[in-house]
Design a protein around this ligand. Structure first.
Ligand SMILES: [Zn+2]
Length: 471
C-alpha cells in the first residue's frame, strides 16, 4: 500500500495523488496545473503515469485544479469510473466545457497575435474529449444522505463527507485492507470553514484516520470573520448609491459569485443596502447558479430557514439581473447611475470583465472590488498592487477608480480551523500537507508539532512516494 503525490506538491494547483494497494490503483483528483504558460504546457499535456493503469478516480470537487485533466486521462486510455458527488458531476460538466472553449479561443487569439519567435501551444483537449470524459462519471451521494459505502473492490471502500468548500465538495474517507491490516485514509480535497453562506460546515470523519492528506492553502494564516466582509460590502453599496458610482467585481464563476449574490440578497432583504441595479455578467456563473438551485439538499440549514421558508430562490432577487448575450453585456456600458457588475474572470485575465474595466477604471468615483486571490503577473495583481496605467486589450488606461480587496470570502479553511479539525481526527499517525505554498505548509507543520508531537508531518515534493503499510 503506497501513495505518490503527482501534483499540488508544495504549490496550490494540479491536485493528483495516486494510491496503490495489491495492484489496484485509485487516483485522488486529476487537476490541471494553472500557472505560467511554459510550465503548464509541460505538466498538462500528458499525465505522469499510464492512464490505462488507473482503476478508479475519486474526485473531491469541480475546481479546475482538481478536475481539469480528466479529459486527458480518459482520452489516453482510462477505462474505470470517476466517482464524485452529484453536484460535483453537474458542475464539472460546465467547468470542463468552459475550459475547453477558453483553450480553443486562446489558441486562435495567440495564433494571430503572438510574436513570431513565441511558440503557440495547441489546446490540451477539445470539447469532444470533455464529452467523452463526462460519460465516465459515477455520482455517489454524501454518506449522510444514504449511509452507504462505495465498494471499489473486495478490499477497498470509501465514503464522502461534506468538505464545505464549494457546492458538492467532498472529503474522501478510504478504508483499505491489505495483508490482514486495515488502514483508514482521509483526503480533504479542499476544505472550507465553518459559518460560510449556503454550504454545510466541513463534516468530521468519524472513523480511524491513520493517514490524512490535507490541503493547507492558508496553513499559516488566520481569516477575519465573514461579518467584517459583510460590513465592508454594505458600506460600499450604500456609498455607491449616494455618489451614483459603479462597483465592478471581477469574480470567480464557481463559488465566489454565488456566495456574493447570497450575501447581497440577504443584505437587501434586511434593508441594509439600497436596491441599486446589480448584474451578473458571466454565462458560466449563470449555468453554475442554476446547478446550485438544483441541489438545495446540499445547502445548510440556515440558508433553508432564511429563504426556503419564504419560497424564495436564494440566488435571485428583484434588482439582480443575470446577463445572457453579448449585446446585453455591451448595453451595460451606456447605463448611468449607480450599479454593480459582477463578471469573470476573477484574475481579470480574460472574459467580459475586461470590457467593464476598460469603461470604468479611469473614473475616480468607481470602485473595483477584489474578492479572491490574484496570482502574480495577472492584470488583477497589477491593479491590486496599485500599478497605473494598466494595459487592457491594446490600450493603456489610468487606474483612477478605488481598488478594494476583501479577503474574507475565501472558501479555504485557515490555520486555526484546520488545526482544530485535524486534532479531532481519531488515531492519526501521519499527516501529508499538500495544496499550499511551502511557507504555508511549513508554518502549519510547526504549529502541528507543538500541538500534536506524536503525529508525523510530511510535505511531499512532486512525485514523492510513501509506503502506507509499514509506517
Ligand atoms: Zn477548490
Amino acid at each position: 500500500m503506497n501513495i505518490t503525490f503527482f501534483g499540488a506538491a508544495q504549490n496550490v494547483t494540479g491536485s493528483k495523488h495516486l494510491i496503490e494497494s495489491n495492484g489496484f490503483r485509485v487516483l485522488l483528483d486529476c487537476g490541471l496545473y494553472q500557472g505560467k504558460r511554459d510550465v503548464s504546457n509541460q505538466l498538462n499535456r500528458k499525465l505522469p503515469f499510464d492512464p490505462a493503469s488507473i482503476d478508479a478516480v475519486i474526485l473531491s470537487h469541480a475546481h479546475t485544479d482538481h478536475c481539469g485533466m480528466l479529459p486527458i486521462l480518459v482520452r489516453d486510455g482510462f477505462k474505470g469510473k470517476i466517482y464524485c458527488t452529484t453536484a460535483t458531476m453537474d458542475i464539472a460538466k460546465f467547468i470542463l466545457l468552459d475550459s475547453a472553449a477558453v483553450q480553443a479561443q486562446d489558441f486562435l487569439y495567440r495564433t494571430e497575435h503572438a510574436p513570431e519567435n513565441q511558440e503557440v501551444f495547441p489546446p490540451f483537449y477539445t470539447k469532444e474529449d470533455v464529452e467523452r470524459a463526462l460519460s465516465f462519471f459515477e455520482p455517489v451521494p454524501y454518506f449522510r444522505l444514504t449511509e452507504k459505502w462505495q465498494q471499489l473492490n473486495e478490499n477497498i471502500r470509501f465514503k464522502f463527507y461534506d468538505a464545505g468548500h464549494i457546492l458538492g465538495s467532498a472529503i474522501t474517507y478510504l478504508e483499505i485492507k491489505e495483508a490482514g491490516v486495515v488502514k483508514g485514509i482521509g483526503f480533504t480535497g479542499d476544505i472550507g470553514k465553518s459559518g460560510a453562506p449556503i454550504l454545510h460546515d466541513p463534516e468530521l470523519i468519524e472513523e480511524n484516520v491513520d493517514y490524512f492528506i490535507s490541503e493547507a492553502t492558508y496553513g499559516g494564516r488566520e481569516h477575519k470573520p465573514l461579518s467584517v466582509a459583510t460590513e465592508q460590502l454594505k458600506a460600499l453599496v450604500v456609498e455607491a448609491e449616494k455618489n451614483s458610482s459603479k462597483i465592478i467585481v471581477p469574480a470567480f464563476a464557481l463559488g465566489r459569485v454565488q456566495e456574493l449574490v447570497y450575501l447581497l440578497h440577504d443584505l437587501t432583504d434586511k434593508g441594509d443596502i439600497p436596491r441599486i441595479p446589480m448584474y451578473v455578467d458571466s454565462p458560466l456563473a449563470l449555468n453554475i447558479s442554476e446547478v446550485f438551485l438544483k441541489h438545495s439538499e446540499d445547502f445548510n440549514q440556515e440558508s433553508w430557514k432564511e429563504f426556503g421558508s419564504r419560497h424564495e430562490q436564494i440566488l435571485r432577487f428583484r434588482n439582480l439581473n443575470y446577463i445572457h448575450s453579448i449585446e446585453e453585456s455591451k448595453a451595460l456600458n451606456t447605463k448611468i447611475g449607480s450599479l454593480m457588475i459582477i463578471a469573470s474572470s476573477g484574475m481579470m485575465e480574460g472574459g467580459r470583465i475586461l470590457h467593464h474595466l476598460k469603461n470604468n477604471i479611469s473614473d475616480s468615483r468607481n470602485t473595483i472590488l477584489i474578492t479572491g486571490y490574484q496570482a502574480e503577473h495577472t492584470l488583477g495583481r497589477k491593479i491590486q498592487d496599485g500599478i497605473t496605467p494598466v494595459r487592457i486589450f491594446d490600450r493603456y488606461y489610468d487606474v483612477k477608480a478605488k481598488v478594494l480587496t476583501i479577503d474574507e470570502f475565501s472558501a479555504h479553511a485557515d490555520q486555526p480551523f484546520l488545526l482544530e479539525y485535524i486534532r479531532k481526527l481519531k488515531g492519526l499517525k501521519k499527516l501529508f500537507l499538500v495544496h499550499s505554498e511551502l511557507d504555508q505548509s511549513e508554518a502549519f507543520k510547526t504549529i502541528m508539532h507543538q500541538a500534536e508531537p506524536g503525529v508525523s508531518v510530511e510535505i511531499p515534493v512532486l512525485s514523492e512516494k510513501f509506503d502506507l503499510l509499514s509506517s
